[in-house]
Every structure is written in C-alpha cells, then in structure tokens.
Design a protein around this ligand. Structure first.
Ligand code: NAP
Length: 317
C-alpha cells in the first residue's frame, strides 16, 4: 500500500506516517499540478490531499483505471474534490470534521474583534510611527458586547461561534441553516438570508463551499445589511461575491469585513487590500500546531481503517 501525502505535515504526523505506512511526503507547500494529480491517481493506493488540490471531474475522467482507492482529505471542507466523480471512479473520500471546529471559531472571533475595534488599522498606525497619542475620540470603533450576530451555516463551526458570541459577549444570535437547531441557549432561525442580513450587526459565513453555496452573499444580500454592519467570512471565499463585497465596502453599504478566505486565494484584489475597514488573514482558521496535528492524525486514522478493511471513520462519499 503506497501512500502519498501532498504537503509537509507537523513532525508528529510525519513520524506516524513514516512509522505506519510506505509513504512519500511531498516537499512542496503548493497545490498539486494537473500532472501531479494524475500521478496521485496512477502511482499511489491512498493519497492525503488538501485545499487547492483540485480533483475535478475531468481529473478523474482522464484515468480509466486509477490505482488510487482513497483520498483521505486533510481538511473538513472538500469542495476542491468532486466527490461524486471520485465515487464513480471507485475512489472513496474522507475528511477531518470536529478537529477544526474550535480553532476556526476562534479565528471568527478574532476577525469580529479586529474589524469592530479597528485592530489592524491601529497596529498599522503604531508601526508607521504616526500615532500621536490617546484622546477621547481617537479611532472609535464598534462595540461588540451585546450586539446581534447572524450565522450563515449553523453546523459545528457555526454553533461554536454562536456559543462564543452568546456566552462570551452577551450577544443575541440568529442563524440560517437547512434544518432547525436545538441549542443550549436562545438562537432564532431567520426566515431568509435577506432577513438575517438586515437584522444583524455581524453576519458570519460558516457554510461549506461548493456549487450550492457559491455567491450566497451577493450584492442584494450585502445591500440588505445595515450600513453599520460587518461581514465575516471564515468558510470559503467562493461563498461571497468578492467584487460585490468590495463595491459594498467602498460605497459604505456595509461598515467593514473580516476575511480569512478569498474567492481566488491566494490572489487578493488590490482594491480590497487598499481598504482600511477590512481585516485580512491568510486562511489561518486551523493554523495551530495542535489542530494541524489532530487533523493529520484524523486523516491517518482514515488511511489506517482503509488499509485494515474497516469502516472509514469520516466518509463523505
Ligand atoms: P458542518 O458542520 O457541515 O456545517 C455546515 C452548516 O452549513 C450546517 O449547519 C448546514 O445546515 C449549513 N448549510 C449547508 N449548506 C447550506 C445552504 N445551502 N444554505 C444554508 N445552510 C447551509 O461544517 P463545519 O464543520 O461547521 O465547517 C463549515 C465549513 O467551514 C467547512 O465546510 C469549510 O469549508 C470551512 N472551514 C474553514 C476553515 C478555515 O480555515 N477558515 C477551517 C475549517 C472549516 P444543516 O445543519 O441544516 O445541514
């Protein structure tokens, strides 16, 4: 059984992989090229791919008899893999749910606070040497405690964000999901995304990416938001129409945005970078040593189960 891990991993995950499997660990931190994706399907029995490795229907269609039988994805989000096309090619796909939840919710809170309290702008002021000192109306931001948060996608991460907002910041919580949620605190399910957008101070995107959710946040939703409200996206860039977002920020239709993900990442439009009322992070959601190790172990647990002929712990197709 030959395993290919498509990015360097934390030391403990690489050590386990080398101990337990006949593994090749790719040294590049960049996404697989088209040729490398074909190699993944032809030369290995199991592959651990991750974000940016675009296993589209065409990639699977190009191989009549792929050797690969499992893509043990290193991430909870798997919108970069066409899981139906993988299934049709006889390839199972797994992911790493749960391991990422708290860290990603923490990044959502970081972005809410950074954007509302103008933390990035303030840090740039201090570093530029332009700070003239405290005064009563210096860099006034938006108060977070007691405000209303709207969560688009009340799943594992959405609920972890809602919990932090409710218990940590005394915020009111409203949400959109496909199904009603029963939580240990009050959270109101909105009738539509437009009505959610219109009633909240912070609209947080926490739905999976993919064709179903592409551009859910578009110009009409942004214009339904209050001019004092802020958009936070910790999910996938493609859920937000980035051009419409930039226009809404430039025109003052909304007050700010906090982004961990981008529509065409790592490319970020210059117009977005020029804005002071946005906080921009380089997809840091799960970026802690502990969480990346947990994700790696979860991916390898799926590999181990597959090799032993057992049920896969985290199947997605
Ligand atoms: P999850 O538990 O599956 O939650 C997804 C939620 O979205 C569910 O509440 C689901 O509704 C809702 N939903 C799905 N499609 C929808 C639609 N069309 N309209 C409205 N709601 C919809 O997933 P999770 O573990 O919370 O992860 C969410 C996403 O976060 C991942 O898919 C990934 O893309 C992203 N993520 C980003 C980072 C980062 O580094 N920034 C890290 C981890 C994850 P139901 O509950 O009714 O099914």
């Amino acid at each position: 059984m030959k395993l290919w891990i498509t990015r360097p991993m934390t030391a403990e995950v690489e050590a386990r992989a080398r101990r337990d499997f006949d593994v090749e660990i790719r040294e590049s931190t960049l996404p697989l090229t088209r040729e490398e994706m074909q190699r993944a399907l032809n030369d290995f029995d199991v592959v651990v791919p991750t974000l940016g490795d675009l296993f589209s229907a065409e990639v699977f269609a190009a191989e009549l008899k792929p050797r690969c039988r499992l893509l043990a994805n290193f991430a909870v989000g798997y919108n970069h893999i066409d899981v139906q096309a993988a299934k049709a090619a006889g390839i199972r796909v797994t992911n790493t749910p749960g391991a990422v939840t708290d860290a990603t919710a923490d990044i959502a809170m970081t972005l809410i606070l950074m954007t509302a309290r103008r933390a990035g702008e303030g840090e740039r002021l201090v570093r530029s040497g332009g700070w003239k000192g405290w005064h009563p109306t210096q860099m006034l931001g938006t108060h977070v405690t007691g405000k209303t948060v709207g969560i688009l996608g009340m799943g594992r991460i959405g609920q972890a964000i809602a919990r932090r907002c409710h218990f940590g910041f005394g915020m009111k919580v409203a949400y959109i999901a496909r199904s009603e949620k029963s939580l240990e605190f009050t959270a109101t399910r909105a009738g539509s995304l437009e009505s959610l957008a219109g009633q909240v101070d912070f609209l947080v995107v926490a739905v999976p990416g993919g064709p179903e959710t592409q551009h859910l946040i578009d110009a009409p939703i942004l214009s339904a938001m209050q001019p004092t409200a802020m958009l936070i996206n910790i999910a996938r860039g493609e859920v937000v129409d980035e051009t419409a977002l930039i226009a809404a920020l430039e025109s003052g239709d909304i007050a700010g945005a906090g982004l961990d993900v981008y529509e065409f990442e790592p490319r970020i439009p210059a117009r977005l970078i020029q804005l002071e009322n946005v906080s921009l992070l380089p997809h840091l959601g799960t970026a802690t040593e502990e969480v990346r190790s947990s994700m790696g172990h979860m991916a390898l647990d799926n590999v181990a189960a597959f090799v032993a002929g057992q049920d896969l712990p985290n199947p997605v197709n």
